[in-house]
Write a protein that binds this ligand. Sequence first.
Ligand code: AKB
Length: 318
Amino acid sequence: MKKILITGACGQIGTELTHTLRKLYGVENVVATNIRRGSSETVENEGIFEELNVTDYNRMLELVKKYEIDTIMNLAALLSAVGEKNPQLLWDVNMNGLYNCLEVARETGAMVFTPSSIAAFGPSTPADLTPQDTIQRPTTIYGVSKVAGELLCDYYFNKFGVDTRGVRFPGLISYSALPGGGTTDYAVHIYYEALKNKKFTCNLAADTYMDMMYMPDAIESIIQLCEAEGSKLVHRNAFNITAMSFCPEDIKKAIQKHIPEFEMDYEIDEVKQKIANSWPNSLDDSCARAEWGWNPKFDLEKMTADMIEKLTIKLDIK
Ligand code: AKB
């Protein structure tokens, strides 16, 4: 990885990934792109920034050639809940965006990192300690696009030798940029509300278990996998990775250790609940651990302490 182009760089993952990569590889070696300007001051002003709609193949090719890019990190995507409101748009952005990355990579020799998700599983998948290789019959358009994307990345590697890599991300929790339109978003909003109002209305049922991860571990996973020796990777794409599995009651209790007066009630969002129920409770990430040394640092307690410390400063809570 010497010259990296990031799509969707102003999103939840992109914001922190861009910042970390610029520190590690140099500001001149990271090209942040987003569909439009005006979404993140840091991403746009801290280094190279270009507007890029991932459905525009010619523009993507032009940028990859202009900056002599050798690694494309494709983070431009619509998430699960918003996808159910506009499945056609999701398919256009998520699938055609990935297809363009792979085609540009085939033409230029670049590597492609693209994230899959726990959404690539469905109600018929074993829900506990979901294996790396198992039944994948998702019931959301987001999940369908993720399975298709995993297969497409495998295909481009096997057919054309494109160096494709990817992980299945669980819900990601961070304090820099907010997520937009996901099913796991409650696990981010809960911290903001706990600090601002000491009260949160959760849109998922108390015992809904899903895998989650703190953003520093997610960023580390991308860098570690992209830097890994390719010949050691058996799976290459769609590695199960996780850091913790919890339900709303667990995160509430973790927050109450820091803010004892914090209260939570429930108002279930039927669409999100149905999606969450169709996803695994916990993943088996042993292949990622064995093939490229995946080893997350944050559990629920450690993440909660850090989120509260960082958000207290960000939100200027006295
Ligand atoms: C979502 O909730 O849609 C995402 C995901 C798990 O991929 N956070």
